[in-house]
Ligand binder design. Structure first.
Ligand code: SAM
Length: 208
């Protein structure tokens, strides 16, 4: 992986594959253009159409982009037979898109849900307004909420971008959060590219 040209999000997806199982419930805390939501759906959807993805974003545009990506990826053929449409709509129903700040994720996920993965891909919407961006304070609150809803054996996955204004402060907030997790229950690690100081930083918090 490290010798390839893959992105930080590809690395995160690779780690998710080792944690998430078919039929799991997962949450995308920043769905943006939908690539992480789609990757999550592919991991959780099984033949019996169980598994569930909650996808949140503070921007309506992001939810629309995610919805379009799901439609194009799950229902790609020009010839759309009734049967193909049924498969698409069954899969589509496994994703709930919600226009809300991720610090309020507990208002979205049912109290008894066992959440295997909460994924954060911080920063601004690529191709969108750069001033609408994740902020250290709300990110910290969202991480606390993620900690409360995550099941044992679950993962909080965060990709932090340090190349834009405010990015380093956000990395500091995430590191502060991760550093205080109790060692008995959590394994917390980050991957830093030492020869690329501005590269995005994937951080993984594994709950035992
Ligand atoms: N995961 C996305 C994908 O696969 O395309 C990319 C996410 S993008 C880097 C960051 C997203 O976080 C933006 O769409 C932005 O609107 C969203 N965002 C910013 N603040 C937020 C908040 N407080 N709660 C939820 N989403 C937020």
């Amino acid at each position: 992986y490290l010798c390839g040209k893959k992105k930080a999000t590809d690395l995160a997806h690779m780690v998710w594959k080792h944690v998430v199982q078919k039929g799991d419930t997962v949450l995308d805390a920043t769905c943006g253009n939908g690539f992480d939501t789609l990757a999550m759906l592919n991991l959780v959807a099984d033949d019996s159409r169980k598994g569930y993805v909650y996808a949140l974003d503070i921007q309506k545009d992001a939810l629309d982009n995610t919805s379009i990506l799901l439609e194009e990826s799950l229902n790609p053929d020009e010839v759309r037979t009734e049967n193909k449409y049924k498969v698409f709509s069954a899969l589509r129903q496994l994703v709930k898109l919600v226009n809300i700040c991720h610090s309020k994720m507990e208002e979205v996920v049912p109290r008894n849900a066992l959440v295997r993965l909460v994924g954060f891909n911080l920063g601004y919407l690529p191709g969108g307004k750069k001033e609408i961006i994740t902020r250290p304070e709300t990110t910290f609150l969202a991480l606390e909420a993620a900690e409360r809803i995550l099941m044992p054996g679950g993962l909080i996955s965060i990709v932090v971008y340090v190349g834009h204004p405010g990015g380093r402060e956000e990395l500091e907030a995430v590191e502060t959060f991760a550093a205080r997790m109790p060692v008995e229950n959590w394994i917390c690690c980050k991957l830093r590219m030492v020869n690329r100081p501005c590269a995005p930083v994937p951080i993984f918090l594994f709950r035992r």
